[in-house]
Write a protein that binds this ligand. Structure first.
Ligand code: ATP
Length: 233
């Protein structure tokens, strides 16, 4: 479904991504883990067209999207929930969700809203509340719900567990699995390696701009090297 082929990405003179290749197949949950500053967010931003590669290519659903504009990439079925959520704080919950459907025909919106409210009953309760007054966990649910409104085939999530209490992290991860079972392929960036590996079909470990290890979620969760470096021994 998604093929990233040997991409190199720079911030000015800083070589942030050094020849990364990765693949996501339809139906999978794939996770990208690694320390702070390893380049995880940069990889997602590059896939969604917010940053450009210097060399290398990105293919999504059989089409080259290396130079495609971000909104066109969303239209093709690839949505990105950025780190820090970036919801519209002054708008209500429902208005935020409707914004997520801007690439869809307006007739579709009601049906998508229904689905998001089934997945996140908390958002239904609070649909008229201004998003800036939601709790951190609710804002994360809203950010994910908004991305789902574009009916993505592939959903990229950047650290959905960030800043959330353990019980909410569990909820978010359960919802990620539910979305996946309902047919959405997932590429998940996480600091919380343990949780991410526990739900991932496959995983890549990023170290200072390169992939150091890859394997199934289970293989990596059981690897001594990964345990020492990312899972607290
Ligand atoms: P974290 O888990 O802390 O969010 P990350 O793995 O997502 O980290 P990135 O945010 O992708 O890491 O950053 C990769 C590297 O690129 C870091 O060294 C970072 O300082 C650098 N970087 C990121 N954004 C910029 C920018 N706009 N300008 C210059 N350097 C940047």
């Amino acid at each position: 479904m998604l093929k990233v082929d040997n991409i190199n990405v720079f911030y000015g003179a800083i070589h942030a991504i050094k020849g990364i290749s990765l693949e996501v197949n339809e139906g999978e949950i794939v996770t990208l883990i690694g320390a702070n500053g390893a380049g995880k967010s940069t990889v997602l931003k590059t896939i969604s067209g917010l940053l450009r590669t210097k060399t290398g290519g990105i293919n999504f659903l059989g089409k080259d999207i290396t130079s495609t504009l971000p909104h066109k990439i969303v239209e093709r079925g690839l949505a990105h929930v950025p780190e820090g959520r970036r919801i519209f704080l002054q708008m209500t919950v429902q208005e935020n969700l409707e914004m997520g459907a801007y690439t869809r025909p307006s007739g579709d919106i009601e049906a998508e809203l229904e689905k998001v409210y089934v997945l996140f009953p908390r958002l239904l309760e609070r649909r008229r509340q201004v998003a800036g007054t939601l709790s951190g966990g609710e804002q994360q649910m809203l950010a994910i719900g908004r991305a789902l409104m574009s009916k993505p085939k592939l959903l990229m999530l950047d650290e959905p567990s960030m800043g959330l209490a353990p019980i909410l992290v569990e909820q978010i991860f359960t919802i990620i699995q539910e979305m996946n079972k309902a047919g959405t392929t997932v590429l998940l960036v996480e600091q919380n390696a343990q949780m991410a590996l526990s739900i991932a079909d496959r995983a890549y470990v990023l170290e200072t701009g390169s992939i150091s290890i890859s394997g199934t979620g289970r293989e990596l969760a059981e690897s001594d090297e990964i345990r020492k470096a990312y899972l607290g021994g």
